[in-house]
Write a protein that binds this ligand. Structure first.
Ligand code: AHR
Length: 492
């Protein structure tokens, strides 16, 4: 099967933020997963788990979204600043009704971002908050001079502003963020946006409106037409659920073959969603200024048996690795509109990068895909064509899925997934720029669809160096095993 990389055609630069993540006050994502506070039994720096931060740093995370999700529209940021012992205790009504003592707040999140080396993306409260409260949060984080909020920040121990760039104006305003109609939310969005100020000309803020649920193109149209001038991007949320019902979504492990293929088929729907929402955006904004931020995506299964249903804890298999590969290929290939994407969620929730159990931690197959793909960040997307055949029984999917990009040093990263759970895919990749003195190396993640890492066998699914790559001028060939993800680095 041939893959052609056309170095003469590109949709532009792949925004680094496509490789973004999302961490909500949900289950064990923040508490126990990222933050252990004063717990001396788990090595930490300023409360952040050293093992988790160390693993995540390998991914070069560009941007991290917080504090929700649905939690964001119940969150009042002042509850989470100042002396910890004086912080308000609230109930996390969205996720398990657990007590939230706010010991992880604005300063802690920004410290986490500092340790990860990523940009923060704050999701502000529109559903149950006020314009003044949201406006104050921006002032608290970004005002360099003297002002009531800057003074409060200093009183809480931080002299310099953080210059937080990314601000989400609510979350899922059509649902848990207030059950609003698009016309009403568009007006609110204009109003909130007016009072989210720039405090430093060199660090303008970037405003992301709460966009559509899946295929609600009308939401996107109304938002873009009525509030487009007041924002920089609109979000899109789309989760992959194997079955057609949210009551019984399907298991994360030990799933039937049919659900392997339905999961992949449903993931591929992301392409249609991105294309159609982009078309609606472009009609309202022919300049192309408005971006699409897919700020929640990933698999959503039934929780692991015996765990709190409100905590959304699920295992992560080779099937999830393929889901990550497909979505990231799609975002790369639509980098002319997709300005950001944030997989849900970083630790212990939904399609996580890492799972923890007390002091133990493991990296999931999804984590490995993010590491293998990180070379796409900020690189120039290159057009690719792949010969494919349709596979699967009840749901058909192409057997191959690819994307490619060129880095600043001229090398090319080709990422390819073989979706077939039984047949290998011999591929021949044509790339005109590959010279006789060139080189091709590869990394491969391959396992049975249900294979996963456990705390006792944390390296059951890990990438290996690719063997058997044959190359000559202008082309190379290799065999992708069944159910695998490969990353080839081509040095022309
Ligand atoms: O990621 C879990 C939840 O999914 C988020 O809180 C919400 O925005 C979405 O419905």
């Amino acid at each position: 099967m041939r893959i052609i990389i056309n170095a003469n055609r590109s949709k532009g630069t792949i925004n680094r933020n496509i490789y973004g993540h999302f961490s909500e006050h949900l289950g064990r994502c923040i508490y126990g997963g990222l933050y252990v506070g004063e717990d001396p039994s788990i090595p930490n720096v300023n409360g952040m788990r050293s093992d988790v931060v160390g693993a995540l740093r390998e991914l070069d995370i560009p941007v991290l979204r917080w504090p929700g999700g649905c939690f964001a529209d119940t969150y009042h940021w002042r509850d989470g600043v100042g002396p910890r012992e004086q912080r308000k205790t609230i109930v996390n009504t969205n996720w398990g009704g657990v007590t939230e003592d706010n010991r992880f707040g604005t300063h802690e999140f920004l410290e986490l971002c500092r340790q990860l080396g990523c940009e923060p993306y704050f999701s502000g409260n529109v559903g149950s908050g006020t314009v003044q409260e949201f406006s104050d949060w921006v002032e608290y984080c970004n005002m360099p001079g003297k002002s009531p909020m800057a003074d409060l920040r200093r009183q809480n121990g931080r002299e310099e502003p953080w210059n937080v760039k990314y601000w989400g104006i609510g979350n899922e305003a059509w649902g848990c963020g207030g059950n609003m109609r698009p016309e009403y939310y568009a007006d609110l969005c204009r109003r909130y946006s007016t009072y989210l100020r720039n405090y430093d000309r060199d660090h303008p803020i970037y405003k992301i409106a709460s966009g559509a649920n899946v295929d609600d193109y009308e939401w996107t149209r109304i938002l873009a037409e009525e509030a487009g001038f007041a924002i920089d991007a609109l979000s899109l949320h789309y989760y992959t659920v194997p079955r057609d019902t949210w009551q019984h979504k399907g298991a994360a492990t030990d799933f039937p073959r049919e659900e392997y293929y339905s999961t992949l088929a449903k993931t591929l729907r992301m392409e249609e969603l991105v294309e159609r929402h982009s078309m609606v955006l472009r009609r309202a904004d022919p300049s192309g200024r408005l971006g699409l931020a897919v700020d929640e995506w990933g698999t959503w299964y039934d929780v692991e048996p015996g765990t709190n249903p409100g905590f959304l804890y699920q295992q992560n298999t080779m099937r999830d690795a393929l889901v990550a590969a497909l979505n990231l290929n799609i975002f790369n290939n639509h980098c002319d509109t997709v300005v950001m994407a944030n997989i849900a969620q970083t630790v212990n929730v939904l399609q996580a990068m890492v799972l923890t159990e007390g002091p133990r931690m493991l990296c999931t197959p999804t984590y490995h895909v993010f590491r293998m793909y990180k070379g796409h960040q900020g690189a120039k997307q290159l057009e690719t064509y792949a010969e494919t055949r349709l596979i699967g029984d009840t749901r058909e999917v192409p057997n191959l899925h690819v994307s490619a990009s060129e880095a600043g040093d001229g090398s090319v990263l080709l990422t390819a997934a073989n979706l077939d759970d039984a047949a290998p895919a011999p591929v021949e990749c044509l790339f005109e720029g590959l010279g006789e003195k060139g080189a091709v190396t590869g990394e491969l993640l391959s396992a049975a669809p249900g294979a996963h890492n456990t705390f006792d066998a944390p390296e059951a699914v890990t990438p290996k160096a690719m063997t058997g790559i044959q190359f000559e001028k202008g082309r190379f060939s290799a065999v992708l095993p069944p159910c695998s993800v490969a990353a080839f680095r081509i040095v022309p």
